[in-house]
Ligand binder design. Structure first.
Ligand code: F6R
Length: 486
């Protein structure tokens, strides 16, 4: 774990992984619950949903199994879609029950989640009473937050004021797109939500905002280092006296102290950091590495590198060569070539290569060129498709293929009546399916076969035989929903 202290305006801690960070946060929550229990007081927690806090909740459930009681805990959730029945797949009530409440001994009466079932004309009054209830309990002791790509906290989208109370809001299009997979299409994502306001959140005694993954890097940089603006509501946290930002390494990658530490402090110049800094300098000045000058280094906090190497020329050539040696047209190694500066060994030749493809098509999409080169250059290439990938096939395609099989059977006099019945079943299974509902076993199978056919066609195109395409169909994937089994 490292602490940053230079350009960020909110205390920030970075953990190597989100797992380690989540365990840290869970322990902070547990310590507070115990402390409040000793004081004979309730512990009032503000909770978030979404992918960010799930590991924290799993750890709290673990801690409960080891004896931590939640009997003195009162919770307030940040938000809920509107309208939203509590039993719906995407409901935050259901989310909280599944991830936390069903696994701990909290009293049901102590759980507060904005009500997505109210008549519309009762919402404003309800929101007032939500804030009033928090205030009557003396405020939230610890508020947990994730952050959206728009910079929202709770569902306080850009434009939310610093003093905003709990209220009904309209979801930003970016947020609706981010939620689209949960709702099986952005057209099914509700347009409204009830959210605790920025003002309500800022009244908390302590706030922990968490973010994981590279995708959160840019918004975290703005939230933590940028100017305070209602266009990025998470920047208001800079005005809160007791907020911590907890990140994994990937989410911290755009912070100045991580991305360009030489601009904010003296550096321990490892080879890796020198390479990163030189590439950054070239991009920044729009110059090829070999054209960087002593002055360029001096003016960008990189003078120490020049002192160490003697001149810009020396550094430039070293980095240029290092970068050059990572590039090759021979991904399996070049037979009979001097391989001392090549990224892959010359021998043995030919090699056996396995490409692991999480879904059929990841192989050709992400490394199709390498794939073709390996085959063309004489290696024995196998592809292991780890899952069936059936969830990504459109309903229309399933119908089109079932229709093809029916016509195929008719044309060749095969199984006419069975084929017709089967086709009708497929069409009706798909027509009667509601958004979010799992496909029938037959439809899932057809979708899996479609992807398998596409994968084999991709392999044939690159020149590998069908026998070297391996379909593992790993069972955790076969839920028919976006959420997979463990
Ligand atoms: C959820 C909430 C949101 C999320 C944010 C990030 O209760 O209030 O602000 O924290 O949208 O979502 P994830 O964690 O799914 O990236």
């Amino acid at each position: 774990m490292s602490h940053l202290s230079v350009s960020e305006k909110i205390s920030t801690q970075i953990f190597e992984t989100s797992e380690q960070a989540s365990i840290f946060v869970a322990n902070e929550i547990a310590d507070l619950i115990r402390q409040k229990e000793t004081e004979g007081k309730p512990c009032v927690l503000g909770l978030a949903t979404g992918s960010t806090p799930t590991r924290v909740y799993a750890e709290l459930v673990n801690l409960h199994k080891k004896g931590l009681s939640f009997k003195n805990v009162i919770t307030f959730n940040l938000d809920e879609y509107f309208p939203m029945p509590p039993t719906a797949l995407q409901s935050y009530v259901r989310f909280m029950n599944e991830h936390l409440f069903d696994g701990i001994d909290i009293r049901k009466a102590n759980i507060n989640i904005p009500d997505g079932t109210l008549p519309r004309d009762k919402v404003a009054e309800y929101c007032k009473s939500y804030d009033a209830k928090i205030n009557a309990l003396g405020g939230i002791d610890l508020q947990i937050l994730g952050v959206g790509r728009t910079g929202h906290i709770g569902f306080n989208e850009p434009g939310s004021s610093e003093k905003s109370p709990t209220r009904m809001i309209t979801l930003d299009q970016v947020t609706r797109i981010d939620a689209a997979s949960d709702f099986f299409g952005d057209e099914n994502v509700p347009r409204k939500a009830i959210t605790m306001g920025v003002g309500s959140i800022l009244k908390s005694k302590r706030i922990i905002m968490m973010a994981w993954g590279e995708g959160k890097g840019p918004i975290i940089q703005k939230a933590v280092e940028g100017p305070i603006t209602d266009q990025i509501p998470s920047t208001f946290l800079q005005n809160h006296p007791n907020t911590q930002v907890i990140l994994d390494e990937a989410a911290s990658s755009k912070l100045t102290a991580v991305q360009t530490p030489w601009l904010v402090d003296s550096c321990d110049w490892t080879d890796k950091l020198i390479q990163k800094a030189v590439v950054w300098l070239g991009l920044r000045l729009q110059k090829p590495v070999l054209k960087l000058t002593n002055n360029d280094y001096m003016e960008h906090g990189m003078g120490d590198i020049i002192t160490e190497y003697g001149s810009a020329y020396q550094v430039n050539i070293k980095i240029f060569n290092t970068l050059q040696h990572t590039i090759t047209g021979w991904p399996g190694g070049k037979p009979n070539a001097d391989d001392s500066n090549r990224p892959e060994r010359a021998k043995p030749f030919p090699k056996r290569a396995i490409i692991f493809s999480p879904h059929p098509d990841d192989d050709v999409i992400s490394m199709g060129g390498t794939f073709i080169r390996l085959v063309d250059q004489g290696h024995e290439v196998h592809v292991a498709y780890q899952t069936s990938g059936n969830i990504a096939v459109f309903d229309d395609d399933a119908i089109r293929f079932a229709d093809f099989v029916r016509d195929f059977n008719h044309s060749f006099g095969l199984n006419k009546s069975d084929g017709d019945k089967f086709y009708q079943k497929i069409v009706s299974d798909i027509k009667n399916k509601k958004p979010g509902e799992v496909d029938s076993a037959e439809v899932m199978k057809i979708k899996g076969l479609i992807r398998r056919g596409e994968a084999k066609a991709g392999c044939r195109y690159t020149g590998i035989p069908d026998t070297q395409a391996h379909f593992l169909n790993m069972p955790f994937y076969e839920t028919g929903t976006v959420k997979k089994s463990r």
